[in-house]
Design a protein around this ligand. Sequence first.
Ligand code: UT7
Length: 326
Amino acid sequence: MTARFSRIAGTGGYLPAERVTNDDLAARLARDGIETSNAWIVERTGIQARHFAAPDQACSDLAVEAARAALDAAGRRAADVDLIIVATSTPDMVFPSTACIVQRKLGVAGCPAFDLQAVCSGFVYALGVADAMIRGGSARCALVIGSEVFSRILDFRDRTTCVLFGDGAGAVVLEASDTPGILATELHADGRHVDILCTPGTVAGGQVVGDPFLKMDGQAVFKLAVGVLEDAARAVLARAGRTEADLDWLIPHQANIRIMQSTARRLKLPPERLVVTVDQHGNTSAASVPLAFDSAVRAGQIARGDTVMLEGVGGGFTWGAVLLDY
Ligand code: UT7
């Protein structure tokens, strides 16, 4: 029998050990004659610090740590998992997928495992896909992971981007359930905006062809993000037959505190209902939403029964929202 719903059974997160404050980063950039400051970064983004992975840590290593924590929280073993999705834009290799590498590192085999590429919307997309697969009957216990090592694709000569991003991983165990769970999902993309946020390089003929560093038109992304986050929030509420007043928590993609606060204001949500980790994590792309979710659960903020909205937005252009009862 197929399940009518999926629900989050446990959450996990992982941050690499090296914590880099704005002052640390400013000092590093200054060695190359590039000027930035803690004051600028805090004022424009809300970011105070980020974590960078060690040179020998791959995306899959971060993912496995977050996955193990989520399995523990759910009271499940890796052998119980029958679907693994890793949302990432910084995979270990061109192929195979980071999800297959995670599967091997977890010591299990047989279940489907694949990566999902939707940049900063990746986790929200992956949760939508896992929910559909569980409701469709092809999975009962899914590991849904967002994991990134964006430090590898940052151009530390470009102060307009390198101060914004960090590394990390977040994960949830999503299980079949007779009660919700995930109430509704909204996923969107508009490929006309491919160029405003991209890492265009690729591997061909034995070398990297094209620019291997992240490029962003920050103001264009900012303007689009503010609009689509409000639209997706209203659409997912309508789809679930709920209103803004039903929301206990909003967890938007953690890119810029100003974008997040604007979304909360537009939804008339009190500021204390907004989960904020961008100050300590920076923008961890597909990892940002599950990391923030896990932080809020472990801090005793989000409690069982709370209604939570997750929102992603980023390269593609992609965006989406998931509404759930935790
Ligand atoms: O993850 C996907 C989603 N990504 C986002 O949501 C990011 C969206 N965009 C943003 O968050 C913002 O546009 C940024 C934080 C990237 C930039 O903030 P802004 O308020 O749009 O600044 P700006 O680009 O208009 O730059 C203002 C000034 C410029 O100087 P001038 O031309 O006014 O003299 C920049 O050169 O700030 C300068 N600047 C910096 N100064 C010190 C840019 N980066 C830095 C820096 N330190 N790191």
